[in-house]
Ligand binder design. Structure first.
Ligand SMILES: [Zn+2]
Length: 328
């Protein structure tokens, strides 16, 4: 019996499909390039984007091709595993990508990346893919214990930031958007602490700037080494994050109160930075918050010299010792 013809797609559906296909081709190219640079680490890589298979490493693709249909009766067919993974990711709020080691798909052990692209622009979608690739290839990109989570996320995010800068050169709009959002994490309840990675993104931008034109010619392997190093320097232990969150509890309460007064929040942040002037982690977290509007505009009005004071004490501290002080 013949299947009835599917109804023709309308214009919006056609456009969405064309966009997904174009993005799928980009995912494939990015994964292929990473695979060629890291053939061992990515020997079992499978990338799925929504419900589509975007990339399979040759070894996995070969096994898939070898499987005749009846092999599938021992397990789930690949397409069903892809659907399950896509549905699982779709149900996770605020998460657009997942990297899993030793995942099982259609009876094969694979290292998977699942991406959720709904409506994402290319920059954001490729950022997520690079981030998940970072989890698989970087020496410090894997989750191993709670104390390491932020370091693993900082590594993946530094790798994504470096790749983004290499790809889009000086276009900073996506980076600024992310840094602004993440910088404010300590000021809101229930914000993800593992992904408090603004420091690593900023460090990646600084490292790229410092390297000049060589940065754009840097092989992927060296880019990965640099990303791992950035995470060593900027990743935070669980204890340090808890300390930062504790220090800004007062500011968090002010901001999340009904009819919040943001000037009061700025004053409190200044006061926290002063009280913890010897603690570089806490001072840096405050600095990150005060660099985001509307807090930025208010802070500049309340204390026009705060940046200069911070800079002065930073260089002073750098000369005298590794401890950073602040004279706010
Ligand atoms: Zn991650």
């Amino acid at each position: 019996m013949q299947e009835p013809d599917a109804p023709p797609l309308n214009k919006t559906q056609r456009q969405r499909l064309a966009k997904q296909q174009a993005l799928g081709e980009k995912f494939n190219a990015v994964a292929q390039e990473a695979y060629e640079a890291f053939p061992k680490k990515l020997s079992h890589l499978v990338v799925i984007a929504d419900h589509m298979l975007a990339f399979a490493a040759p070894k996995v693709a070969g096994q898939m091709a070898d499987m005749s249909y009846h092999h599938f009766d021992v397990g789930y067919p690949m397409s069903r595993d892809i659907d399950n993974m896509a549905d699982h990711l779709a149900g996770l709020p605020r998460i657009n990508g997942l990297a899993q080691k030793d995942d099982v798909m259609a009876g094969m052990t694979v290292d998977s990346i699942a991406l959720k692209t709904d409506g994402d622009r290319e920059e954001a979608a490729l950022w997520t893919l690079d981030h998940e690739i970072g989890h698989h290839i970087l020496r410090n990109g894997h989750y191993k214990d709670k104390d390491h989570n932020n370091i693993a996320e900082s590594a993946a995010e530094a790798y994504a930031a470096l790749r983004h800068l290499q790809r889009y050169k000086k276009n900073m709009s996506h980076i600024n958007y992310l840094v602004n959002n993440i910088s404010l994490n300590p000021l809101f309840p229930d914000m993800d602490r593992d992904h408090y990675t603004a420091g690593s993104i900023i460090r990646a931008v600084e490292a790229a700037d410092k390297m000049g034109d060589d940065f754009y010619k840097m092989p992927l392997k060296d880019t990965a080494v640099l990303a791992a190093k950035i995470a060593d320097d900027t990743g935070l232990s669980d204890k340090k994050i808890a300390k930062i969150w504790r220090a800004y509890e007062g500011a968090r309460n002010i901001i999340n109160a009904k009819d919040a007064d943001l000037s009061d929040a700025c004053t409190e942040i200044f006061s926290v930075m002063k009280r913890h002037a010897h603690d570089a982690d806490i001072v840096h977290a405050g600095e990150l918050c005060l660099n985001v509007d509307p807090l930025k505009a208010l802070a500049d009005k309340l204390k026009p010299d705060w940046r200069t004071e911070l800079k002065y004490t930073k260089s002073h501290a750098a000369r005298k010792s590794s401890v950073r002080t602040v004279a706010l």
